[in-house]
Design a protein around this ligand. Structure first.
Ligand SMILES: Nc1ncnc2c1ncn2[C@@H]1O[C@H](COP(=O)(O)OP(=O)(O)O)[C@@H](O)[C@H]1O
Ligand SMILES: [Mg+2]
Length: 218
């Protein structure tokens, strides 16, 4: 399975969610954000070799990366386009601070939908009272778009330091469980949704094998 986490704008939660889902689903992570410290910060979270960066001078073919989460930032360049086309699902985190944030969010979703029908938005790290507004704006633009919410929580800041994923936070004990009691079901709902694409990709792959074998025998 391949999943692309992408938004044109930075600071939305791409890396936070890409790392966490990759760990949950035991996928590798490829980032194009080689200057923002993703490798340094999250290197210890993954088994050796499971977190890599593509640099501007590297060639990149997403088909050479099975079972991978792409955490891509920046312009919608050839690599993002290739990753979007090759992915089973594309996730766009949106951190809403003002209506100005909706312009890059909408253009990201619109661009990705031209490349892949399976686009999902996560309203992330957003004040609770404006979430209905964000849902409304997205719903007007994209009536069929799956939209999930992951609350703003200061515990998320510690994930990188502690080498933990969002879901792992809940196992830490009573205080966390209490503080995160709203966020955990949100993350679980998002992962159930993404896992459906993962299982489908797995079924497609195993269904494809006998055909290749048959083709090879002729
Ligand atoms: N749900 C959340 N609650 C609180 N802080 C968050 C949440 N999601 C992300 N953050 C914080 O926001 C910042 C940007 O997140 P990051 O995943 O690095 O964004 P991006 O990869 O899109 O630039 C980080 O400091 C991260 O810890
Ligand atoms: Mg990032």
């Amino acid at each position: 399975m391949r999943a692309l986490f992408y938004s044109i704008k930075g600071g939305q939660g791409k890396t936070t969610h890409a790392v966490s889902y990759a760990k949950h689903a035991r996928l590798r992570l490829v980032t194009n954000d080689h200057q923002n410290g993703t490798l340094e910060i999250y290197g210890g979270v993954f088994p050796p070799g499971h977190l890599t960066a593509v640099r501007p001078e590297d060639s990149f073919d997403p088909l050479r990366h099975p079972d991978t989460v792409f955490d891509f930032a920046g312009y919608l360049d050839g690599r993002v386009i290739a990753a979007a086309r090759a992915s089973d699902v594309c996730v766009v985190p949106v951190c809403f601070q003002s209506t100005a944030d909706m312009v890059p969010a909408i253009s990201t979703v619109r661009a990705l939908l031209k490349l892949n029908p399976n686009v999902t938005v996560v309203i992330n790290n957003t004040e609770r009272d404006v979430i209905p507004l964000v849902r409304e704006i997205l719903g007007e633009q994209f009536p069929d778009l799956p939209v999930f919410v992951v609350n703003k929580s200061r515990y998320v800041w510690r994930l990188a330091d502690e080498g933990r994923t969002l879901l792992e936070l809940v196992t830490l004990g009573g205080l966390y469980e209490h503080t995160l009691r709203k966020m955990i079901p949100q993350v679980e709902a998002l992962y159930r949704h993404l896992d459906r694409f993962r299982y489908r990709a797995e079924v497609d792959r195993t269904a494809f094998e006998p055909i290749r074998l048959f083709g090879g025998l002729r």
